[in-house]
Design a protein around this ligand. Sequence first.
Ligand code: PEP
Ligand code: MG
Length: 907
Amino acid sequence: MSATKYVYLFGNGKAEGNAEMKDLLGGKGANLAEMDLIGIPVPPGFTITTEACIAYTKYGTAKIKELLEDDVKAAMKHIEDIMQMQFGSNENPLLVSVRSGARASMPGMMDTILNLGLNDNSVQGLIKKTQNERFAWDSYRRFVQMYGDVVMGLKPENKEDLDPFEVIMDSLKKERGITSDLELTASDLKELVYLFKRAIKERTGKDFPDDPWEQLWGAIFAVFDSWNNPRAIFYRKLHNIPDDWGTAVNVQAMVFGNMGNNSATGVAFTRDAATGEHLFNGEYLINAQGEDVVAGIRTPLQITKIGSQRWAALAGISEEERVAKYPSLEEAMPEVYKQLFEIQKKLEEHAKDMQDLEFTIQEGRLWLLQTRTGKRTGFAMVKIAMDMVREGLIDEKTALLRMEPNKLDELLHPVFSQEGLAKAKEIAKGLPASPGAATGQIVFFAEDAEAWAAQGKKVILCRLETSPEDLRGMAVAQGILTARGGMTSHAAVVARGMGKCCVTGAGSIVIDYKNRTMTTRGKTYHEGDWISLNGSTGQVFEGKIETVAPELSGDFAELMQLADKYTRMYVRTNADTPQDATVARKFGARGIGLCRTEHMFFTGVRINAMREMILADNEEGRRKALDKLLPMQRSDFEGIFTAMDGFPVTIRLLDPPLHEFLPQEENQQKEIANALGITLEKVKERVNALHELNPMLGHRGCRVGNTYPEITEMQTRAIIEAALNVKAKGIKVIPEIMVPLVGIETEFKMQEDIIRNTAEKIFEEKGDRVEFLVGTMIEVPRATLVADKIAERAEFFSFGTNDLTQMTFGYSRDDVGVFLPIYLEKNILKNDPFQILDQEGVGQLVQIGTERGRKTRPNLKVGICGEHGGEPSSVEFCHRVGMDYVSCSPYRVPIARVAAAMAAIRK
Ligand code: PEP
Ligand code: MG
């Protein structure tokens, strides 16, 4: 016995745990306990805590067995007493399931064993008790198969190989001249048990354990071990789940969905996980065990009549055929269905969120095996939250806190255009498992998906069915297509979690992995061919289809209103063109937080004028070239001011090092030399003189503006003249001129003087004025430390956390990719600091800079315009340090708005 309580019982209506104990009992264990407490029928069992898993990782098998042994024995007795059965008995044997269950749900990533406790003795007991020899041997066969795979490690040797147990089973079926598993007789199944055990012995050198207790410990340790299998580790990385949480283990009395035609098993959602529609739905299989549903091997039936009718319509099946061959649970077992319907309602009302359930019907009796918060698409996330507010189930703040802001991305992305669809050729139809529009090249293996995506290709991962091993490939694919499986197959669940377009169970598709082809409706497609998927209708099309912007009304618009109601910070956008500014305004941006003027210099004839300026020998030559740039910049600014009518626009003066504007190739250098009437040598000399090595911290930012003040003059003139021009047209313009890369207050002052003097000159010339601000980027570490001095003159601060991260870590932004993946893998860094703000280090500088700046100027306007301005956890940080706004790329504006509101509510 140990002082720490590692084992928690449930199943007699008096569970020791409850829903609040997810950290300790895992999601599954905590929810089983909760269901038990509120009177929902769950098979009795016990949960071994996540702490035990952590102890196991530290101390190993022997020690942990010693710690747990007495409690596990007592807990098995608890199950035996309730079920009135005995573990290992040859009269009335108790069988158990052993399943993982972490704090955060990780569907399919870890291991499960069913029917544990069977051996040559107890199978006789099962036969006696059930009077069903076939069932007993089938259960035994399934157990040996699962245990052989999970605990003893008999797996396919190559990716193209089939599961070794399936190979044995297929060859027996061939011998018997049958095709379906259901045609295997009791003696066939008995033979399979023998053949499976023999294969395990041959391939692993180990005997299959007959002692039920040995089986139990093997399974418990295997589940602990599965916390650290590669797919679980990868899943945790993808979803930011800490490695040190560990998994709990749930041991539970088996109930059987495969005891004949009045038994069944299924999964259900209290609302539609793809669209969010308030409609109970799910799938079930008669005479089957749970893994048959999720594995996607047999295509399951719908639980509700309406779901079944919709499914039949998609599949082109008549109502008569549907009722005869594919009845819903509602029709096939109306009494059990009624009970299930009431239970799902109760569970959703209790949890106040959409639930994902697993159930089993054993000889007409309903058991719930699991409930958890259901994974959902971005669409469903928004709709369900807003519906629940309207239904009075949750309040507005809760609705906002339910958001995973990054998932809003899905709602902002293009859908297929009507014209594109009208021309498209449908080649298959499956189930609309996860919405969205995806176009890409066919690949058949997850590894290939990764390799192709790394080359910048767009791929659609096409599989018979997916397994957790395919996760990496799914993560990089545009969409996922499977030939088998239902709406709750692994592919569907995982794709929805990722917000990926997915079509499952496209039955007309025949995949040939060896030849890398896919045949449907008489035509064969090869690896690399283009196809398109509509995850909202289940359609598969040949070739590419053009996409258009989505509608942003309804629930999405209402959610955004809620965000604005509760937020304190507002959101601006980083935009350099009127088009981007317009998109961002539609997404709710209230101003531009960063307009990078250099982007305007790269296009068309401008680059020539820019190069002429750089290559000039003296100020006079530079001014001549700048005169050519002035009208172009001015008209750019007019466009942006017009698009942002009424909102502030922060325009940053030229920032990058000048060499970025010069060509590196000789023939282009020749062209410039000819155009400017200078020698090639002269061009080369300049290129060499300006060349900077990464991280390019030389002649850039305000250093250029202070060494060549005429550039700042020209840019100021373009800004102010543009402002006056649009003002004359009745547009409300609020320019903010921003100086980049300031580290010394004098650097700022010098730039400010140029800006203000130039502006005054223009006001005099034009006989009109406009209000404007002059502020600075804070992106050099020194600037954060002397922020009080800089704020004496600067009217606003905008944190450039891209450069601030680069300089604080001493990593070059441009070649961090060389070692960053290794740093992440080795856990030296938890996240890429260029994506997620390093609050511990860089964050301190942001805080210091804000505090010191506001000490001098209490109402100093402070914002952020680095990439972090659109990343939810960084936005929350910006709220905490008291920023006024965040600025991010147009498509991230809604994400930042919601993240900002969530931060305000949490505080
Ligand atoms: C920054 O450094 O964070 C920034 C916004 O500027 P840029 O990325 O253009 O250097
Ligand atoms: Mg910068």
